[in-house]
Unconditional design. Structure first.
Lengths: 346, 456
């Protein structure tokens, strides 16, 4: 037993020594983090990339939400920071400034395609033909009634509009750590708010009235779509917000609602008919190109016809391809190393 | 009172009133005891029931995931599709680097071959009478299988023009359909596979081309998103193993050393009291706090790599240390003072007394504490999320410095996968693997303890 202790002591010294050398060892795997919407697509590309390029290692893809990923991205330059941040929304001015301050000057923006946001209920529930104004009236904390703002009186969807099913209102929406939330607020809540015709008020007040949701019927989901699905299973009356790709893979348990009369699908979103969609991005740290092997090849592979193109692998996984001209433009910008500045995103 | 019961005082007539009082008192006491026993049994039954429900639910969901639909196809390596140069052979005057480059170029050429067409031809040949288009035919075979064909060809280019019988994985959607994970009565719009593809799958199942076989890839493959059916735990298992190694190598010597010094050598004063209180407090600190600490210290300050089992191991070491220190101290305290006094009385030094006489008696206790601490660390998830170990990693880590996930994190990741029908059972299968490991570790602890106890 004494010998074992001795061996353990020697081994622990060895581990401690490897700690020191770890910092000096260079990383040869691309490290990615960010949006959980982009994660499935990025993981698929990473895997295929590892298979197609035997000379590079398979990139590692982490989650953490768009904001979480960009925060990690902006921590600085160096091997223990990530190389690429996935994001389901555009980077913000504040984030670019934080990045620049930490030494990340070369932020290269890559737009990869689109994602649709769909509303879905359990498959055995009634059909929903939604308009943005219905959602607004269902979940806003205060709604206009007879030209005055009062706290939300609606209990059932039928009270909002005769065409909707007589089903208690319960909605699961993404929490603010998700990029999806921003799109939801912009394309659904704000749009619905305008349609609802708010009484005259100051701009700021109006903004607050449009985006404040009531807490009694709304659940904010901080986790991923499986958590939203679990909500639907525990309370079958819930209307949940999902990404199109998640819905596509779970059509046996989910029923999708139409929005402004359009059924969400790859085609209607690509054509712009379906209103609630958003572009997907990833951001590359220019300083790491050349330091970490394979970043350039990964980006080019991601934007290639067989991955992000029409009919490519990612379309099969539920991402909506962008027009080929847009991809060309994005790729040209990337090759030129056109860094994003705070002025670009204002 | 004593008088009435005592047999030496038979003269006094036993007042029946007292006797009945005593009897009823006794009866009450017995009833109270019976009730207490019943409560105990009820408590055990409730606990056992919960365990049984939990285990049977996991087993019911997870066990089917250990078998998976596989196709046995005659694959024809068609020279009309595989148009590649012959595999480069290293010329005697060629440098190693030049050969390596030529080999990589050749491999890339092989990768660019449209392997899907070969797969499609093989599927069609198995059921020539069923009308399917390319997409439908390929939808029942997992997408990763084209790389299996490629790897087979890279290993043996002589296969060109030959027909080989190969076992290939059916796609996750085909597996769902054949197992009935998706309700088979649902209309087309709610199915993942198209009607012809479903007919094809059913037909191949009937004639034995598709059969359910043990899903060995759960143990041999790494995680996969593009090919869910081929997703496995190999990377996570290796990552967990590395972390456990780091924990054992660091926590055991440090923990046992600390405990011995504090218990046997340190003076008892306010300062050591303070240390003791702090160690006890550390044992109660939630693990997520250790994760935050690890992210701040090991990654931001020491610049250790993200998602590395080494960092995970270090964080879990911090978490396991208090457990080991406390358990070792209490087993040292349990050694009878006579042993110490005898050793000292025979002229042993303090150090000899501790290492020759006291410590060997405590081995069973230390060992149990270590294994239980390690088992706890094995199941820990929260701190790992904060040091980037919840990433998608499609490779087996070769060293503790490579990116990796861990078993419990893999369970968490699979739980969040979009293909619910396939990954719900797969998640339970991963839980079964993790539970199996835990049970094995605890069994080892019990076995070693009884063995060592017998020896000392």
């Amino acid at each position: 037993m004494k010998k074992y202790f001795l061996a353990a002591a020697v081994a622990s010294v060895a581990v401690a020594a490897s700690l020191g050398s770890a910092a000096a060892q260079s990383r040869d795997t691309i490290q990615i983090a960010g949006s959980s919407t982009v994660l499935p697509f990025a993981s698929i590309v990473a895997e295929e990339f590892g298979n197609a390029f035997p000379d590079f290692k398979t990139p590692v893809v982490g989650s953490g939400g768009s904001s979480g990923g960009l925060r990690q991205f902006c921590q600085g330059v160096g091997e223990n920071t990530i190389d690429i941040a996935n994001s389901s929304r555009r980077i913000k001015t504040g984030e670019i400034e934080a990045c620049n301050q930490a030494g990340v000057k070369q932020i290269l923006e890559v737009q990869i395609g689109f994602d649709g946001i769909v509303f879905a209920t359990s498959a055995d529930k009634g059909d929903f033909a939604l308009e943005p104004v219905h959602i607004y009236k269902a979940i806003a904390a205060q709604v206009p009634v007879d030209g005055k703002m009062t706290s939300n009186p609606y209990k059932s969807w039928k009270e909002i509009d005769e065409s909707l099913p007589d089903q208690p209102i319960a909605v699961a929406i993404p929490a603010s750590n998700h990029g999806t939330r921003e799109v939801f607020e912009e394309k659904v809540l704000t749009a619905g708010c305008e349609e609802a015709g708010l009484p005259e008020m100051a701009e700021e007040e109006k903004e607050a009235a449009c985006s404040t949701v009531r807490q009694d019927v709304v659940v904010e989901i901080a986790g991923d779509y499986t958590e939203t699905l679990a909500r639907l299973q525990s309370n079958p009356d819930t209307l949940g917000v999902f990404g199109l790709s998640f819905y596509e893979q779970n059509r046996d348990t989910l029923k999708v609602a139409t929005m402004s009369g359009v059924t969400p699908s790859l085609e209607t979103i690509a054509s712009g008919e379906y209103p609630v969609s958003r572009p997907l991005f990833f951001y590359v740290k220019g300083e790491h190109i050349g330091q970490i092997p394979g970043i350039e090849e990964y980006v080019e592979f991601f934007l290639s016809e067989q991955m992000a193109g029409a009919g490519g692998t990612l379309e099969g996984a539920g991402m909506i391809p962008q027009p080929a001209e847009k991809t060309e433009e994005v790729l040209a910008n990337f090759k030129e190393r056109k860094a994003l500045t705070a002025a670009d995103v204002q | 009172m004593a008088n009435t019961l005592s047999p030496v005082a038979p003269t006094a007539p036993a007042p029946s009133e007292t006797l009945t009082k005593i009897r009823s008192g006794l009866a009450r006491r017995h009833a109270r005891e019976r009730r207490f026993r019943a409560y105990g049994i009820a408590a055990i039954c409730a606990a056992l029931g919960a365990v049984v429900i939990l285990f049977s639910m996991i087993l019911m969901k997870g066990v089917p995931a250990f078998t998976q639909a596989k196709l046995t196809l005659d694959v024809f390596f068609d020279p009309a599709i595989i148009k590649v140069d012959p595999k480069p052979v290293r010329a005697p005057d060629q440098s190693a680097a030049a050969y390596e480059r030529a080999r990589l170029d050749w491999e890339r050429q092989v990768t660019l071959v449209n392997w899907n067409r070969i797969l499609e031809a093989a599927v069609r040949a198995a059921a020539p009478d069923i009308e399917v288009d390319t997409r439908q035919a390929l939808s029942i075979v997992e997408t990763s299988e084209r790389f299996v064909l490629r790897d087979r060809f890279v290993a043996d280019p002589g296969l060109l023009g030959q027909t080989v019988k190969m076992d290939l994985l059916a796609s996750a959607n085909a597996d769902n359909w054949l197992k009935g994970n998706i309700d088979r009565s649902l209309p087309d719009t709610q199915q993942q596979l198209s009607a012809p593809a479903r007919a094809l799958a059913d037909r191949l199942k009937e004639d034995g081309t598709i059969r359910f076989a043990f899903a060995s890839q759960i143990f041999t493959n790494v995680d996969s998103r593009s090919a869910p059916a081929s997703a496995g735990l190999a990377g996570a298992l290796m990552g967990s193993l590395y972390m456990m190694l780091v924990v054992i190598v660091l926590a055991v010597p440090l923990g046992v050393g600390t405990a011995i010094y504090l218990e046997e050598f340190a003076p008892k004063n306010r300062f050591t009291d303070l240390i003791e209180v702090n160690i006890n407090n550390l044992a109660a600190v939630p693990s997520i706090v250790f994760g935050l600490l690890g992210a701040a210290v090991f990654i931001n300050y020491f610049h250790l790599p993200l998602s590395a089992p080494l960092v995970g191991g270090l964080v879990l070491t911090l978490m396991t240390l208090p457990t080991i220190i406390i358990a070792t101290r209490s087993s040292l305290r349990a050694v009878s003072p006579s042993l110490r006094q005898a050793a000292l009385g025979l002229g042993a030094s303090r150090m000899q007394m501790v290492f020759h006489h006291v410590l060997p008696v405590t081995y069973p206790g230390i060992l149990t504490a270590t294994i239980i601490g390690v088992a706890q660390a094995l199941g820990e998830t929260a701190p790992l999320l904060l040091i980037g170990m919840n990433a998608f990693v499609a490779a087996v880590p070769a060293t503790p410095l490579d990116q990796s996930t861990a078993l419990p994190v893999q369970i968490y990741l699979w739980q969040g996968n979009e293909n619910r029908n396939f990954f719900e059972p797969r998640t339970s299968a991963a839980i079964i693997v993790l539970l199996g490991l835990m049970i094995a570790l605890n069994a080892l602890a019990i076995y070693l303890r009884t063995r060592l106890e017998r020896r000392t």
